[in-house]
Design a binder for this molecule. Structure first.
Ligand code: ADP
Ligand code: MG
Ligand code: ZN
Length: 555
């Protein structure tokens, strides 16, 4: 059968050979096995059900949330000589019942439907009398409540499958699924989890970077002006941001469009079409844009703000470079945006457990922003690849800066946290470390501690960034919701004990950290003393702390 599949690939689609993953998925499906296929965006998932559809005797039903793509996909199939049709909200009721009749007559090999159709039991009933060979579920992660695009209608697929007498083969396809979501998909659809076929998520042609510049507007305008000829998407968090950026870029003479849920349908599809036809080079949009867009030559995706989790980020960033050519994915990071996202999560989920989960996912975005390792590898690890290779071309992989030993600075931060009882957030800790005096510090009784200002040669913001870095390295953990409290982790304690060294790439703009000589002397002295005193950590950089005090706090 697979020879036949290869023949069809050339005959109907004009491709010489299968891409990674396609053949394995098709082979399984043809062998009659329920299958889950995980392939990156642009990897060629459609072929995985289109070719079996041609080889099976019955109908292939394709469930997809991407209504705006259906017509184009069906047109393309028909153009290639394949009988296909679709049913969704864009066609009239009479047209739909006409098509339904044709489907019953066996006129089509492939039928695309929107999942919302399944909400009607009458519609579900109709399929029981048809000869279905294969049910393909595109964007299958929508079935999982743990996924980022959960669609209640997807749950109805289960009832459909249960009641179908023809027992079709099930093929679930997605580009974004953590191991939990994959397990959820397989469990819901009766697929053997063990034999899921995954080509991984790596996209070799994407160049990831994180920009932490103060003036992101300046960065943005400069970037777009430099890449005027290219097609790009800018994602912003709110409609207001979209409108503001849209106006600003328009004034700068950029061919720009905008897209968000606050605009009317006509305006939205006008902008979208213009963008797809390359009449507009840049699209500024909220996350509402892109699900149904099949534009292959997007050369860059910039996130003006941090999205709420890694799933959203990778899916949106992944809209760059679907044609396989080199493309950039840039995240503009700012701590304030993290606050906004945190606030939104607090507001949107009444369930505390869910809230906790979402906040954890948000914190991963921050870790992504501060990691010094390969960015692509970070993403792949997030999606469950235990041992991903470095991409070799992201911002961090190409970073030539030197690694500096910042163990002492890390010890300063960590010891200060312990000294403050591990009950506070980043802001207060960095203020105390840099010697700020304010009411809050006095109120909590840290006035004295703050006078030492052991990191006063840096700004509070620099120290806060350093704390983020230590958090990303997992020496510090964040707990709690809207006002997270920082705690020293086990490996943070090892740093304090001098059992672990901390290295950090030297900062781009900020001068290298320099230590206050006096403090350094003090620290060295204390260390020597402690080395003989049962190897206790060098806590006593604050001279009013007794060795006993600190020893009591050690694990
Ligand atoms: P996905 O759904 O995984 O994002 P698509 O199915 O839309 O990807 O395919 C992405 C692009 O790759 C399409 O233009 C498709 O025609 C092309 N493609 C798919 N399979 C092959 C192949 N074996 N050889 C060459 N091009 C392919
Ligand atoms: Mg697809
Ligand atoms: Zn890399």
């Amino acid at each position: 059968m697979i020879e036949k599949a290869r023949e069809y690939l050339q005959h109907y689609f004009g491709y010489e050979s299968f891409r990674s993953g396609q053949e394995a998925i098709i082979e399984r499906v043809l062998a009659g096995k329920n299958t889950a296929g995980i392939m990156p965006t642009g990897g060629g998932k459609s072929i995985c059900y289109q070719i079996p559809a041609l080889l099976f005797p019955g109908i292939t039903l394709v469930i997809s949330p991407l209504i705006s793509l259906m017509k184009d996909q069906v047109d393309a199939l028909v153009h290639n000589g394949i009988e296909a049709t679709y049913l969704n909200s864009s066609i009239s009721a009479s047209e739909a019942s006409m098509r339904m009749n044709d489907i019953k007559q066996g006129k089509y090999k492939l039928v695309y439907i929107a999942p919302e159709r399944l909400d009607h039991s009458a519609f579900q009933q109709e399929w029981q009398h048809m000869n279905l060979s294969l049910v393909a579920i595109d964007e299958a992660h929508c079935i999982s409540q743990w996924g980022h695009d959960f669609r209640p209608s997807y749950l109805k697929i289960k009832t459909l499958l249960k009641e179908l007498p023809s027992k079709p083969i099930v093929l679930a396809l997605t580009a974004t699924a953590t191991p939990e979501v994959t397990a959820d998909i397989c469990q819901s659809l009766g697929i053997d989890n063990e034999t899921t076929i995954s080509t991984g998520f790596a996209r070799d042609n994407l160049f990831f970077s994180v920009v932490k510049e103060e003036n992101r507007d300046q960065f943005l305008t400069r970037y777009i002006e430099k890449n005027k000829q290219e097609s790009g998407i800018i994602y912003a968090a709110t409609r207001k941001d979209v409108d503001l950026l849209y106006q600003r870029l328009q004034k700068a003479g950029i061919q720009v469009g905008r897209y968000h849920a606050g605009m009317n349908e006509g305006e939205r599809s006008f902008m979208q079409d213009q963008f797809i036809q390359d009449d507009l080079s840049v699209m500024v949009a909220t996350s509402a844009f892109g699900m149904g867009i099949d534009k292959s030559n997007v050369r860059y995706v910039i996130h003006y703000q941090t999205p709420k989790n890694m799933e959203s980020y990778y899916q949106e960033a992944g809209r760059a470079g679907r044609d396989g050519l080199d493309s950039e994915c840039i995240l503009l990071y700012s701590p304030q945006d993290m606050q906004v996202q945190r606030f939104l999560i607090e507001q949107s989920h009444p369930d505390p457990e869910r809230k906790e989960e979402e906040l954890k996912k948000l914190n991963k975005m921050k870790d992504y922003s501060f990691t010094e390792g390969c960015l692509q590898a970070f993403i792949l690890r997030y999606f469950g690849d235990a041992n991903p290779e470095d991409c070799g071309h992201c911002e961090n992989c190409t970073d030539q800066r030197h690694s500096m030993d910042v163990t002492t600075e890390a010890q300063m931060v960590l010891s200060c946290m312990i000294r403050m009882g591990e009950r506070f957030g980043k802001t207060l800790i960095s203020q105390v470390l840099t010697g700020s005096r304010n009411k809050k510090i006095e109120e909590f009784g840290f006035g004295r501690l703050s006078t030492y200002g052991i990191m006063r040669q840096q700004t509070a913001k620099e120290v806060a960034d350093f704390i983020d870095f230590l958090t990303a390295k997992q020496y510090i953990e964040m707990t709690g919701g809207q006002y997270p409290v920082l705690k020293v982790t086990h490996s943070g304690k090892e740093v304090l004990m001098g059992q672990k060294q901390v290295y950090r790439k030297e900062r781009k703009q900020v001068a290298a950290l320099t230590m206050d000589n006096v403090l350094f002397e003090q620290l060295r002295h204390v260390r020597k003393e402690l080395a003989s005193a049962e190897n206790v950590a060098p806590f006593i950089i604050f001279s009013d702390v007794t060795l006993k005090d600190m020893a009591a706090k050690l694990p």
